[in-house]
Ligand binder design. Sequence first.
Ligand SMILES: *[C@@H]1O[C@H](CO)[C@@H](O)[C@H](O)[C@H]1NC(C)=O
Ligand SMILES: *[C@@H]1O[C@H](CO)[C@@H](O)[C@H](O)[C@H]1NC(C)=O
Length: 112
Amino acid sequence: MKFEAILFMLLTIALLVKSEHLIIGNSAEKELVYYKKVKYHAIPFVKRVKQVFYNSTDQRPIDAITVYDNLNSSASAVITAGGLGYTYVNLQLKSERGEALHYDVGIYSYYL
Ligand SMILES: *[C@@H]1O[C@H](CO)[C@@H](O)[C@H](O)[C@H]1NC(C)=O
Ligand SMILES: *[C@@H]1O[C@H](CO)[C@@H](O)[C@H](O)[C@H]1NC(C)=O
């Protein structure tokens, strides 16, 4: 059981290293306060750029952010405002030229 847990962790880490996910902070034992599936189809020769903005309604600081690239592409995700320790965050998601954008965005805070 323990061995399997370790193996699973190693596999997870390997996957995270392999593709361009943005993982900040530790989401374990935290509450998912925001979730958004960001999905836009490809347009030839065009980079799709989308902003995701989150602002806590109860002023709880953000303790972890996970942005998974479901396409395993070279799309990029960057924080342009706020982030860990802030009550808000703005993320900019950018696809490769002519490629689709498909991200899962999760924002976590400590349980109250
Ligand atoms: C977040 O919401 C609060 C309360 O509505 C507001 O005062 C604050 O300016 C907002 N922050 C940002 C960065 O938009
Ligand atoms: C992305 O990579 C993960 C893990 O390797 C895999 O499970 C998934 O099917 C891949 N998705 C695509 C669209 O290639």
